[in-house]
Design a binder for this molecule. Structure first.
Ligand SMILES: Nc1nc2c(ncn2[C@@H]2O[C@H](COP(=O)(O)OP(=O)(O)OP(=O)(O)O)[C@@H](O)[C@H]2O)c(=O)[nH]1
Ligand SMILES: [Mg+2]
Length: 353
């Protein structure tokens, strides 16, 4: 499945805390039948209505938790009290809160993960509405024909939730600062992250939709650059790697001609692979392609030689692409190959189902 976002520049807050409060159940009614010619009518107090519940719902069109930044409480309405003549009170309407697809929901107090919304339209009950209280007719018995008891209705559930958005991108870009990740996403999508010749230009992940023909597109994620020691907090750390956990392909961008005369693209590439391994056991096992960037900085012959040397020294066995994100050279071929790869993974997983 390829999930489409709207392709514009997206900068997002990826964590938020919200309070949810379901409605209380309505009070049960105490009432007695009053009818002509019936001197002692029995109890006829109806039950209270149930309080509204609170649900979260995953919406593919929302890409940010920014709207939840201002802490607020989402409340579902209470149930109405019961009425006479066995009338049950009206229930409070359920509240559905739209949140981005790919949000993980955790109960702050118990630390329990209560849901992981990965399917469009998927709902999650986060606060159950309180049941309405019994009306007095429920308390009728052979020994008590005119009960005055009633139930007061149960309180609605309350919870504090931590929302964490894990970007659902199909393919993710990895690389040192200045490798050209943002330049590439700008070249192939409508995303417009800042590009500059200094490290750590990108501070937040960005998503871009890459169109690869009619009705064929995939989402590419550009994350802040990694440096050696990132797992121990160097640079911006490795926390952004979590955004790549759900991608199906990693593109490892390497600058083939780093400006620093001491710079070595092979050492740089190994540093990134090392940080990946420190982050998790699963991320390094994802399909990873080597994308050699900035081909335009060398003449054809030197570029070819440099690329071969990098592949040989890295003992790289997987796919290799040579591009210039700045001029666009090779980027179309790269995107077509990514699309074909994603489609083959998608049809293979469908065949398994
Ligand atoms: N000549 C040339 N320069 C490039 C190419 N790709 C990127 N650059 C330059 O390299 C510098 C860094 O590019 P960015 O795209 O900001 O790099 P990044 O990987 O996103 O860097 P961070 O956001 O810091 O991690 C900029 O000055 C770009 O203009 C390329 O293919 N050729
Ligand atoms: Mg960048």
């Amino acid at each position: 499945m390829v999930i489409r976002h709207d392709g514009t520049f997206m900068k997002f807050v990826d964590e938020a805390t919200v309070k949810v409060q379901a409605g209380n159940g309505g009070r049960g009614s105490v009432s007695f039948r009053r009818e002509k010619f019936v001197p002692f009518g029995g109890p006829d107090g109806g039950d209270g209505g149930s309080g509204g519940s609170v649900f979260l719902r995953a919406e593919p069109g929302i890409n940010t938790l920014a709207d939840f930044r201002i802490s607020r409480t989402y409340k579902a309405p209470h149930g109405d009290p019961g009425g006479s003549r066995d009338c049950t009170g009206r229930g409070g309407a359920d509240l559905h809160i739209a949140i981005p697809l790919g949000t993980v929901v955790q109960d702050v107090d118990t630390q329990e993960i209560i849901g992981d919304l990965t399917l469009p339209g998927q709902g999650l009950l986060v606060a159950q509405g309180g049941r309405g209280g019994w009306g007095n007719q429920r308390f009728k018995s052979s020994t008590n024909r005119s009960p005055r008891q009633h139930g007061s209705g149960l309180p609605g559930e309350r919870r504090t939730l931590r929302l964490e958005l894990k970007v659902i991108a199909d393919a993710g870009l990895l690389g040192l600062p200045n490798a050209g990740k943002s330049t590439l996403i700008r070249a192939v999508s409508a995303a417009r992250p800042k590009v500059a010749g200094y490290p750590f230009t990108t501070l937040y992940p960005n998503l871009g939709v890459v169109s690869a023909g009619e009705h064929r597109s995939f989402v590419m994620a550009d994350i802040p650059g990694l440096i050696e020691g990132a797992a121990d907090g160097a640079g911006l750390g490795i926390k952004f790697l979590k955004h790549l956990q759900r991608t199906r392909l990693l593109m490892h961008l390497v600058d083939i001609a780093p400006p620093d005369p001491e710079g070595d693209p092979v050492k740089d590439a190994r540093a990134i692979i090392g940080e990946l391994k420190k982050f998790s056991a699963t991320l390094p096992k994802k399909p990873r392609w080597l994308v050699l960037n900035k081909l335009d900085l060398l003449n054809a012959e030197d570029g070819d030689q440099r690329c071969r040397e990098i592949v040989r020294r890295l003992r790289w066995k997987g796919p290799v692409f040579r591009i210039s994100a700045a001029t666009g050279q090779g980027t179309r071929e790269l995107c077509q190959a990514v699309m074909t790869h994603l489609e083959s993974v998608a049809s293979a997983s469908k065949a398994q189902d």
